[in-house]
Design a protein around this ligand. Structure first.
Ligand SMILES: [Ca+2]
Ligand SMILES: [Ca+2]
Length: 63
C-alpha cells in the first residue's frame, strides 16, 4: 500500500503489519480495501468487488 494512502486513512506507513488488519471490522483487510478501492476506516465502504469472467478461469477485474 502506498504511504500516502496509509497516511490518508490514519494507518502507519512504517508498519507492514497493518496490511492484514481490519480496523473497521468489515471483513476486508486493509490491503484488500486498497486493492478494491475501499475505505479501511468505514465498514460500509468496501470498494468494488472483483468479478469473475470467462467460466472456468477466474480473473479479478477492477474498473
Ligand atoms: Ca476493513
Ligand atoms: Ca471498509
Amino acid at each position: 500500500m502506498p504511504d500516502s494512502w496509509e497516511t490518508t486513512y490514519g494507518l502507519n506507513p512504517n508498519s507492514a503489519a497493518d496490511a492484514m488488519q481490519d480496523a473497521d471490522n468489515d471483513w476486508y483487510c486493509n490491503v484488500l480495501e486498497y486493492v478494491i478501492g475501499g475505505n479501511p476506516t468505514d465498514p460500509a465502504t468496501h470498494g468494488v468487488h472483483p468479478t469473475e469472467t470467462n467460466g472456468g478461469t477466474t480473473y479479478a477485474s477492477y474498473p
